[in-house]
Each structure stands twice: as C-alpha cells, then as structure tokens.
Design a protein around this ligand. Structure first.
Ligand code: AMP
Ligand code: ZN
Length: 457
C-alpha cells in the first residue's frame, strides 16, 4: 500500500518517500498576526495537521517548522501598500509588538482547541532578520538583485524557470494588461527582498541593513527560516492555494537562486473555505472566527470533523447548518464510544481500509466513511474501540478523552427490552421503558448506530 500525495509542482499524485531515511522535514506557512485567524485559515491548518499525523501514522519522524509573520506582509501581494502589522496596530491602538503577541497567542489557542499538533519549531520573522539579510546578500553577490528608490528587488528575468510552481506564463504577463504600480520594477513579477523605511514616516519595526534602514519583504522570511531549520532542500512545504502564484513561487525563486539546489520536494496546497461561492477572506468581508463558532454552540472539534468531511483539494462550502450536522454526527460517535468496553484486538479489516484511504492523498471523507462502516459492523464494541482509537491518531477528534460511561446491568437490560419492543412496534411499551430509564437517571437515543445510552445531567 503506497503512500501518495498530490504534488502541486507535477500536478499529480506521487509516491511519497523522504529525502533521508524516515525523517521528514515539513514547513507550513504560518499566520500573519495582525488579526484573528478566520475559519478559512484554520481549515488550512487542519489539513496540514492531517498531513503531519498521517506521516507519523506511517512511521515517519517529522520535523515541523511553522513561521509567524510579524513584519513585512504588505496589504497588497505586489509589494505595495502598507505593512499589515503597522496598519493593524494603528487601528487597534496598540504597538505592533503587542498586536503580534496578542494574535500569536490567539492563533496558538485556536490550534489547541482544534487538537492540531504544535510544530517542533515556531519561528518569528522578526527574530530572523540577520538570516534574511544574509540570504539577500547572497542573492546580491550572485547578481539576482537590483536596487530601486524604495528597496532591493529580485530580478525574476534572471531565472529561466521562474513561475514553474504556478505554471506562470511570464512572457504573457509582461505583455499583459496588468497595471504596474511601481515603474522602477524591471519585470511585473519582480518582488521586494528588502523595503526601505519611508523617509517621511517612522516605522515601529525597522532594522539597519547594507541597503539602508528598512524591513524584509514578505517572502524572504520563509526561505531564510526553512533553510535554517530544515536545510537547503527539504521534503514538504504547504499552505493554501492562494500561496501558489506569488508567495511560494517567490520562495522557490529566491531559495533556488541562492543555493543552486532544489528547494522543496513535495508542495501541497489546500483549497479554500468558501461562503456562497466566495472565498472566506479579508477583502471579501465575510470573516468568521472560531470564537464566533463557539458562541453559536459549536465545539472546535465539530468544526474539525466538518472539515474532514471534504477532501482538502476541494473547496468547502461553509454553513452553520452543515457544521451543526457535523457536530451531531461527532456527538453520536462520542456517546457511542462512551459506553464501549476496554480496547481489545482491533478490526484489522477496517484499519487496513482506513490506512488505504488516508494514504491516498489524505482522503479524509473516505476515511470517515470507513469509521462509520466499521461502527455499523458486527465486530464487538471492544474491537471497534481499539480501532477507533488507532484511527483517531490521524483524525484527531479527541476520542481517547471521551469519559467512560458505566451502565448498570439493570439499565442495560431495560435498553435491550426496549430494543425488542420497538422491533415489535410496541411504541407505547417503548415509551414506558424510556420513562423507567429516566427514573434511573439515563436516557436513550435512537441513532443510525442503534440505541445509544447517555446519563441524564
Ligand atoms: P495568512 O495569515 O493570510 O498568511 O493565511 C494563513 C493561511 O491560511 C495560508 O496558508 C493561506 O493560504 C490560508 N487561507 C487563507 N484564506 C483561506 C480560505 N478562505 N480557506 C482556506 N485557507 C485559507
Ligand atoms: Zn511562507
């Protein structure tokens, strides 16, 4: 059974094998910490968590690096506009450093709530200015850069394969209708490596450099930190699909120009969370956060379950109704597992099917289908429980934390009786039994998994 992942660079599923032994280097682009993460961002981090857990499930060791963008991400991806952090801080009446700390903490709490495994290394852009300057210097020495009145730019025409990830047609772009706002740029696809501080305003975040006081461009941080922690060539890099044409394209350009080596072996990208066919995004004005969802009575793990119901390479349509129905399914699973016996030997047949699904480019909807198929099978509860706990190493739905519910034999006997009378369509009798159960402090739900007993609160 091969483990296959869809590699954006080849646009096909490829058999995965790490560069060195069983060690996998994984870099996931982290958040720009100027606002709370929205449910779209979180969908991407859930997909990346499934990837990491699947790697671990397959016996690999993973070194996972995630950056925190706390400087340099401008309001336009074309290196124009204001720094998102400086703008956000002004609006919030805080310093940029306070803003970064506040939203980094919020982001990390969201990940915890969603049962997303933390990276081995968290790295902040502002803690790696020296590494970024050194990388720009290297590019300058190799002749890949030029200076303008507002900074140092990467000359994309110096590469023959610029844009290979996005399959960009740069010749077409030069002649195309795209409005160029910076007349000093030699090519529309050139991007900033270092931006100089404006002469008429003081920035909160700025550093000295060989080119003058300023701050790094957005893309250079990921190259500098990925190379520092994972090496010049590493295994997997991911993000959302919006990163393909600009951010990741530019990471490849500057990294490969600097090192002369391939940067990343497998690129994985998650599709968007959408509302009414529009991407959830700041400019669309349709942002929803995890806190909002919690206020609506949805648990973060129910949102996680909702995300797993759609493959990561397909757009996922958000609606509260759909998330609530995911919550119902997950609650059924929790209630069922609460009454299950101690783990025994698992259901090998279903574990194999599960692994096949997850190893087929992280097919989580199929993996969940296998879970439900197993739950409805004739295997004993103890075997199902063993397999569920194993599968949850990948799914991360917190199944091992479901407290055990001990059902007194008297209650169990009544539940069996009720099942029998219901089969005989004696619903009046079934209701009598339900009342007796209530007196004993229990209730029973008729779910598609059969009757599920719960304790009354
Ligand atoms: P940002 O903080 O804007 O850099 O985004 C953090 C991550 O969320 C990136 O990997 C983006 O590609 C991803 N992302 C942004 N919008 C969405 C969306 N609507 N659905 C899924 N992922 C998204
Ligand atoms: Zn990045």
């Amino acid at each position: 059974m091969n483990f296959q992942l869809f590699n954006t660079i080849s646009r096909q599923k490829e058999i995965f094998s790490p560069r060195q032994g069983d060690m996998v280097g994984l870099y996931t682009c982290g958040p720009t910490v100027y606002a709370p993460p929205h449910l779209g961002n979180l969908r991407t981090y859930i997909f990346e968590d499934i990837l990491k857990r699947t790697l671990l499930f397959n016996g690999y060791k993973v070194k996972h690096v995630m950056n925190i963008t706390d400087v340099g991400h401008l309001t336009s991806d074309a290196d124009e506009g204001e720094d998102k952090m400086e703008k956000g801080a002004r609006t919030a009446g805080k310093t940029v450093w306070q803003l970064a700390e506040m939203y980094t903490e919020l982001f990390q709490n969201n990940l915890k709530d969603l049962n997303i495994l933390p990276p081995d290394i968290w790295c902040k852009a502002t803690d790696h200015i020296t590494e970024q300057i050194a990388l720009i210097k290297k590019l300058e020495d190799k002749g890949y850069t030029y200076q303008t009145s507002d900074g140092v730019y990467f000359d994309t025409s110096k590469l023959t394969n610029y844009g290979k990830l996005a399959q960009l047609n740069t010749a077409g772009q030069k002649a195309g209708a795209r409005v160029e706002t910076n007349p000093e740029k030699k090519n529309p696809t050139d991007f900033a490596l270092w931006k100089l501080s404006p002469t008429d305003a003081k920035r909160q975040m700025e550093w000295p450099s060989p080119w003058g006081t300023g701050f790094p461009g957005w893309h250079i941080e990921c190259s500098a930190m990925a190379i520092k922690y994972l090496g010049e060539t590493f295994d997997i890099h991911c993000g959302g699909i919006d990163h393909i044409p600009v951010h990741h394209t530019n990471e490849i350009a500057q990294s490969e120009a600097a090192t002369g080596k391939p940067f990343v072996r497998y690129w994985l990208h998650g599709e968007f969370l959408v509302i009414n066919e529009k991407r959830m995004g700041k400019s669309e004005g349709n942002l929803l956060t995890l806190d909002w969802l919690k206020n609506e009575g949805v648990s973060p793990l129910a949102y996680r379950y909702f995300c797993l119901g759609t493959h990561y390479r397909k757009p996922l349509n958000f609606s509260l109704e759909a998330v609530l129905s995911a919550q119902k399914a997950l609650t059924n699973l929790y209630n069922k597992i609460a009454t299950m016996d101690k783990p025994a030997i698992g259901c090998a047949e279903y574990e194999a099917k599960f692994k096949e699904a997850i190893n087929d480019d992280l097919n989580t909807p199929q993996a969940l289908a296998v879970v439900w198929e197993m739950m409805k099978s004739d295997y004993p509860d103890s075997a199902k429980k063993q397999s569920l706990l194993k599968m949850d190493e990948v799914l991360g739905l917190g199944l091992k934390n479901v407290p055990k519910l001990t059902i007194p034999p008297e209650v169990q006997a009544l539940v069996e009786d009720r099942k029998r009378v219901r089969l005989a369509r004696d619903y009046a009798k079934a209701d009598d039994i339900r009342n007796r159960l209530k007196e004993l402090g229990f209730t029973v739900d008729d779910t598609d998994l059969g009757p599920v007993v719960k304790k009354l609160r």
